[in-house]
Design a protein around this ligand. Structure first.
Ligand SMILES: Nc1ncnc2c1ncn2[C@@H]1O[C@H](COP(=O)(O)OP(=O)(O)OP(=O)(O)O)[C@@H](O)[C@H]1O
Ligand SMILES: [Mg+2]
Length: 325
């Protein structure tokens, strides 16, 4: 009989829950984004996020179960994000999941959020199988990973300063595009000329990344223009800025694949939703996570839970959330 896994994710500003089968089919994937609430502050306010998770976690889980046509008793494991992320936000999901496990007797599986992003590739009709080289590019991380097994990875490169998603968000803010910035910059860039400005691509040692230089270059370009000219140039600036980030990612992926002799390459995380990056990756035969699974979601957490140890009552009661690795 097919076993079902419930996945719960509350590490940042998405309250998300999903039900998957033990074969990796997604039966439901409910995501309630708080982006609108945080938009007026220009970024996620941790305390506000925790309070909203508290209101949303129960209905979101109930919705995920209902859409999957399942009851809690049908579930064989509850996967939940343990970290990294905002500790207050994580604690809401983790405490709720502990309560569910305690009440139902279903084992709990604490999941690392980054392993969750990688596990977005193990779902659906055409799941990817290790080994592969993986770029994880999200709001808080930009990492090159060698994934040899379903349950582990080795870090071979990372950013020295901003994450790629953070660079998108900060660039969007400089261009007056509001929050969340990455998707807005993506949309605007489609209408601009990506060769209008030459923004720098950092040359770091080894397989590391740096995005602070391109961000500073955009800051000066915006300052030099003044308001009227900026309005006219905004789309070209967005397209050129996006191009510099995308090129930096594509170049590093190619270099890493060659130096590690890895044939299969994949990209996961919120930045993998970027349309210019997706086009560049598809042209190079690189696998990219399905669009709906790039930004935070419960399905990827349930997917990672398939390959992580199950904790039985009372072993999970003492586990704690962690903000960083
Ligand atoms: N279309 C897009 N183009 C560029 N960036 C995007 C796009 N869509 C989302 N992003 C970026 O992806 C990031 C969100 O991704 P994700 O949800 O994976 O990050 P996170 O969970 O906040 O961080 P982490 O996973 O590192 O803890 C944001 O920085 C956002 O701007
Ligand atoms: Mg994430």
């Amino acid at each position: 009989m097919t076993e079902l896994i419930l996945g719960l994710e509350t590490s940042c500003d998405e309250t998300a829950a999903a039900v998957i089968s033990d074969g990796g089919a997604i039966l439901s994937n409910v995501i309630s984004s708080q982006a609108q609430i945080h938009a007026r502050y220009g970024g996620v306010v941790p305390e506000v996020a925790s309070r909203r998770h508290l209101e949303l976690v129960e209905p979101v889980v109930a919705d995920a179960l209902e859409q999957a046509g399942a009851a809690l008793e049908d579930v064989s494991a509850i996967g939940v994000t343990q970290g990294p992320g905002l500790v207050g936000a994580l604690l809401v999901g983790l405490s709720y999941a502990k309560g569910l496990s305690w009440a139902s007797g279903v084992p709990l599986v604490p999941v690392d959020h980054l392993r969750g992003h990688v596990a977005s590739l193990f779902l659906g009709e055409e799941p990817l199988a290790p080994p592969f080289l993986c770029l994880l590019a999200s709001g808080g991380h930009t990492l090159l990973l060698v994934v040899r097994d379903y349950d582990s990875h080795e870090v071979i490169g990372g950013t020295r300063d901003d994450a790629a998603g953070e660079a998108f968000d900060k660039g969007a803010r400089l261009l007056g595009l509001g929050y969340p910035g990455g998707p807005a910059l993506d949309r605007l860039a489609r209408t601009g000329d990506a060769t209008a400005y030459r923004f720098p691509i950092a040359r770091m040692e080894g397989l590391d990344f740096s995005f602070s230089g391109v961000k500073t270059a955009l800051l000066y370009a915006v300052k030099d223009l003044g308001d009227a000219a900026l309005a006219e140039q905004r789309a070209d600036l967005a397209a050129s800025y996006e191009r510099a980030i995308v090129q930096a990612l594509l170049q590093r992926i190619e270099q890493a694949a060659e130096s590690m002799s890895m044939e299969t390459v994949a990209v996961v995380g919120g930045v993998a939703a970027n349309s210019a990056l997706r086009a560049g990756l598809l042209a190079r035969g690189v696998r990219v996570a399905p669009l709906a699974l790039c930004t935070d979601n419960g399905a990827m957490i349930a997917s990672a839970a398939r390959y992580a140890p199950k904790l039985l009552e009372t072993d999970y009661l003492s586990i704690d959330a962690y903000s960083s690795r």
